[in-house]
Design a binder for this molecule. Structure first.
Ligand code: ADP
Length: 395
């Protein structure tokens, strides 16, 4: 059997997502999720040929989940097909500007970035170390969310704070969703017949976490997320941009501690906080359609912030060859796409309503009329990008 596939692993603090992908044919032989790791109710769920299965793991952490994954891959006769393992890593700081094979030095580098992503990088390290133990001899790579944005010029990534904070502590904009931006911007250029190396593409990655990116000549030149994913757009539970003095206001006026304020802005704000209904865009849209005014206002705030950012990025790039919508909301919500494009009519965008309605569940296509600047829906596939990078690194 030929080693034609990559095992892609995305390890969170209590979960581990995995899939086995052939980077050339794009065929996915299995995907799944181990959840509630670290508790006594850990379980692993997987899908093969459209069929879903679950196995309880009892008290299990990342090590046990990876061990269970090895058993699963053996049962499915997939073990011998795995050429290498690709790990999603959220933060690579300024050290990692591209995907890389994992060595001791790389592990140390990921560890050095833990303070920049305290919820994510330590979990990735657990996953990587467990994978090294249970898949001995298989090459492993790290694919960073931040790497694509390392091409941003200083005028985009620097905050106007004392420069020593950048020099001594690395306080700057890093941005996230880089693997998705790399995938969809190239895919959009290919679909539209654009020369990627000479293009100006705006991308809105709208999921539970949401950000936007200006991709000029195939490189990220600006993005909305910052030092952390909190900055920028309105998200499911994150506020996005606010006056930084909100911190002292909430502390002094409302008596919240630093940790409580961080929790409010990250977990209780965004669509959830504003609507007082839900963090899920679908639920907000349904409520708005039934006449709930705050739900409609929530959608309008979300779209207003996004449109303003996109317009700013367009000014930065000097032109728009394509505006790409991706992520769960970008790929599925005709309502949000229409609302945003209406706000960008100054650029001449004219939506094709009928086509817009048809774009959901992974369909790709242009949603604007002939003669309008192009807006296009492109389904993202970060796992495939990780598989391609990893295959490229080992071959
Ligand atoms: P994550 O950031 O967790 O990866 P996803 O990219 O999966 O998020 O996107 C999740 C978001 O997509 C949710 O807010 C969900 O409501 C939204 N979504 C999915 N389908 C639709 C739909 N048909 N209409 C509107 N929003 C949708």
């Amino acid at each position: 059997m030929s080693k034609d596939s990559i095992l892609v692993i995305n390890c969170g603090s209590s979960s581990l997502k995995f899939s086995v992908i052939n980077p050339k044919t794009e065929e996915e032989s299995i995907n799944g999720l181990a959840e509630r790791l670290g508790s006594s109710e850990a379980s692993i769920t997987w899908k093969v040929n459209g069929e879903k299965n679950t196995q309880q793991l009892g008290q299990a952490a990342h090590d046990a989940a990876i061990e269970a994954l090895v058993g699963l891959l053996r049962d499915q006769n997939l073990m011998d097909r795995i050429e290498a393992i690709g790990h999603r890593v959220v933060h690579g700081g300024e050290k990692f500007t591209a995907s890389t094979l994992i060595t001791d030095e790389v592990l140390k580098g990921i560890e050095d970035c833990c303070h920049l992503a305290p919820l994510h990088n330590p979990a990735h390290l657990k996953g990587i170390r467990a994978a090294m133990k249970f898949f001995p001899g298989l090459p492993q790579s790290a694919v960073f969310d931040t790497a694509f944005h390392q091409t941003m010029p200083a005028e985009s990534y620097l905050y106007a704070v004392p420069h020593s904070l950048y020099r001594e502590h690395g306080l700057r904009r890093y941005g996230m969703h880089g693997t998705s931006y790399r995938f969809v911007s190239k895919a959009a250029a290919d679909m539209l017949g654009l020369d990627y190396e000479n293009s100006a593409i705006l991308v809105a990655h709208l999921g539970n976490g949401a950000s936007a990116c200006a991709v000029k000549n195939g490189k990220s030149v600006d993005t909305t997320m910052g030092l952390t994913p909190l900055e920028g757009l309105v998200m499911g539970t994150r506020s996005g941009d606010i006056d930084p003095n909100v911190f002292s206001f909430l502390n002094k006026q409302c008596g919240y501690s630093l940790d409580e304020i961080t929790e409010i802005l990250n977990k209780k704000s965004g669509m959830l906080g504003l609507s007082e209904l839900d963090n899920d865009c679908r639920a907000i849209e349904e409520a708005a359609a039934k006449g709930n005014e705050r739900a409609q206002l929530t959608l309008d705030v979300f779209c207003n912030v996004l449109a303003k950012k996109l317009a700013g990025f367009a000014a930065e790039m000097g032109r728009i060859d394509a505006l790409v919508f991706t992520g769960g909301i970008g790929e599925n919500s005709s309502t949000i796409r229409k609302n945003v494009l209406n706000r960008l009519s100054i650029f001449g965008f004219e939506m094709d309503e009928a086509v817009n309605q048809e774009m959901f569940r992974g369909k790709n296509g242009v949603i604007t009329k002939e003669g309008s600047p192009v807006a296009i829906v492109v389904a993202t596939n970060e796992e495939l990008m990780i598989a391609r990078d990893t295959h490229g690194l080992v071959s």
